[in-house]
Design a binder for this molecule. Structure first.
Ligand code: HEC
Length: 240
């Protein structure tokens, strides 16, 4: 008896397998576990059981009103200068940071990006802390471009072959947005700090380096000395 049952097992199994195959290849056949065959979540573009207040049964709903698409560039200057907007990654998505676009994006950033952070002692102090960690090796603690990687304590050339300009000379030639672009994405031999410093930290560092350049308050580079347009400059290759 027991032997017969064991012999029957393969027969029953084959019968089950065959019975589960329907003739129509587009149909799943007999379904033993419906919750595995049919997903509980909505399939895209199928009807939903729940209607919108307007009586729409679509499962793919429209985004909420005033949703901002990813990478969208608002034309409204009030939005562009809005601190929350400038602090967001949306502002960052305007820039590709590809070598071919460098100059055009640097120029555009100088016009578009405004400093959203209020000038407070707290922001400047935090900016100094971040500057001392990230920037002094090249720019030097006073921003003269004589960090220990550039100039050895004895006076000889350090291992870093590109000497940064002194902030006192360079910062008054550019706008806040230009500086922000360089700190975020780099310039020639200087790497970008977009990954090390978040948007707020970058502005805090900028407040500090502007103070090293002798600029007080929120006066921006080019505007701080004259209402001249930002200086255009080709990014050079490694200089030495
Ligand atoms: C590894 C060395 C190095 C480090 C670290 C470094 N820089 Fe620079 N930086 C340079 C060099 C080199 C230049 C000059 C680039 C050029 O004009 O070719 C430069 C230029 C600049 C400029 C002038 C941009 C312009 O438009 O001319 C600013 C502003 C600046 N750096 C800010 C910073 C800040 C802020 C930090 C720290 C978060 C920093 N740098 C860290 C090497 C460095």
């Amino acid at each position: 008896m027991r032997n017969q049952i064991i012999k029957l097992i393969p027969v029953v199994a084959v019968a089950l397998v065959l019975a589960s195959c329907g003739r129509d290849v587009k149909e799943p056949g007999r379904i033993y576990m419906p919750d595995m065959t049919y997903s509980n979540s909505y399939k895209a573009y199928t009807a939903s059981d729940i209607a919108t207040p307007e009586g729409n049964f679509m499962s793919a709903r429209y985004p909420a009103a005033k949703t901002i698409p990813y990478g969208y560039i608002p034309s409204d200057s009030a939005v562009r200068r809005n601190p929350a907007y400038l602090m967001s990654y949306v502002a960052k998505n305007h820039y590709t940071h590809s070598a071919e676009n460098w100059q055009a994006e640097f120029d555009r950033a100088g016009k578009e990006i405004k400093d959203p952070l209020p000038y407070t002692d707290e922001n400047k102090t935090e900016g100094k802390r971040l500057y001392d960690i990230n920037c002094t090796p090249c720019h030097g603690s006073g921003g003269e471009g004589n960090g220990q990687l550039v100039e050895l304590p004895g006076g000889g050339d350090g291992p870093f072959t590109s000497r940064p300009p002194a902030y006192k000379t360079r910062i008054p030639q550019v706008n806040d947005g230009n500086i922000f672009y360089v700190v975020s994405y780099g310039k020639n031999m200087m790497g970008g700090y977009g990954f090390q410093l978040n948007v707020k930290e970058r502005w805090q560092v900028i407040h500090y380096i502007k103070s090293l350049a002798g600029i007080t308050g929120d006066a921006t580079g080019a505007g701080a000395i004259a209402s001249a347009a930002p200086v255009k400059e080709e990014p050079k290759k490694k200089s030495k």
